[in-house]
Design a protein around this ligand. Structure first.
Ligand SMILES: [Fe+2]
Length: 241
């Protein structure tokens, strides 16, 4: 997944109106305030989401749309203390509850800021597990929205590959093996199969993104946000009715 290909993924349509400009600016401002490792993580997850949607076919949604969902899935972490997010040792029950709350904070924020069902729902449900033991809804199987199941796989791959303040990293092969081992329990097995079809491309894309500095990632995100077809997003209220 050479990064040079990425800008062509979005339509070249300019932002439709002032609201779209404002949304882009607000999102960029929020992302700039994120810790560097969160920004890198979200960008990497977004890239993987794009590839999964493109590989899976139309049933998985528009790749550009899933890119946006991946980019913003952890926006709610801005509402969680950095000290807790980066705590090197085990979290207390109360701290873990605060971390878990990021999915709901992201949902509420994105509902208002973007107003898009896929983007907001992906944030809310990306920590659900296929066997129904995740959070916040303990949804199981296909009751978990497809977009959130897709983001969950991308999120977990990147989380395993990336160096975090509190642990080391897995190799590509180890991360893919773990996804396979958890298919049907943590992850939708069909999405793990899609991932395996695109695994080489995803692994190469991950490696390429590791060479990018924070400024380069923000510039790439800015380009993509400026090219989002904001008129195609689905109002949350309409989609849930
Ligand atoms: Fe998350």
């Amino acid at each position: 997944m050479p990064l040079g290909r990425v800008p062509s993924r979005f339509s070249t349509q300019a932002p439709a109106d002032q609201t779209a400009d404002a949304s882009s600016l607000l999102l960029l401002g929020a992302l700039e305030k994120s810790a560097a490792w969160i920004l890198r993580h979200c960008f990497s997850v977004a890239e993987i989401c794009w590839t999964l949607a493109a590989t899976g076919g139309p049933a998985y949604g528009k790749p550009d749309h899933l890119w946006l969902a991946g980019m913003l899935h952890d926006l709610g972490k801005l509402g969680v203390s950095r000290a807790i997010l980066e705590k090197p040792t085990g979290l207390t029950e109360q701290e873990f509850a605060q971390v878990q709350n990021h999915s709901f904070i992201g949902y509420v924020t994105l509902q208002r800021l973007v107003g898009d069902w896929i983007v907001a729902t992906s944030s809310l449900h990306h920590h659900e597990r296929f066997d129904g033991t995740g959070y916040p809804g303990r949804l199981a199987g296909t009751a978990i929205p497809l977009c959130a199941r897709l983001v969950a796989v991308a999120d977990s791959y990147d989380a395993m590959r990336a160096l975090r303040p509190y642990r080391g990293r897995c190799s590509h092969e180890e991360a893919v093996a773990e996804l396979r081992a958890c298919a049907g329990r943590q992850f939708d097995p069909e999405l793990v199969a899609v991932f395996e079809r695109a695994a080489v491309e995803i692994g190469e894309g991950f490696e390429a993104s590791q060479g990018l500095g924070e400024a380069s990632i923000l510039a790439a995100v800015r380009d993509r946000l400026e090219a989002v077809d904001w008129e195609s997003v689905t109002p949350v209220v309409t989609a849930r009715a």
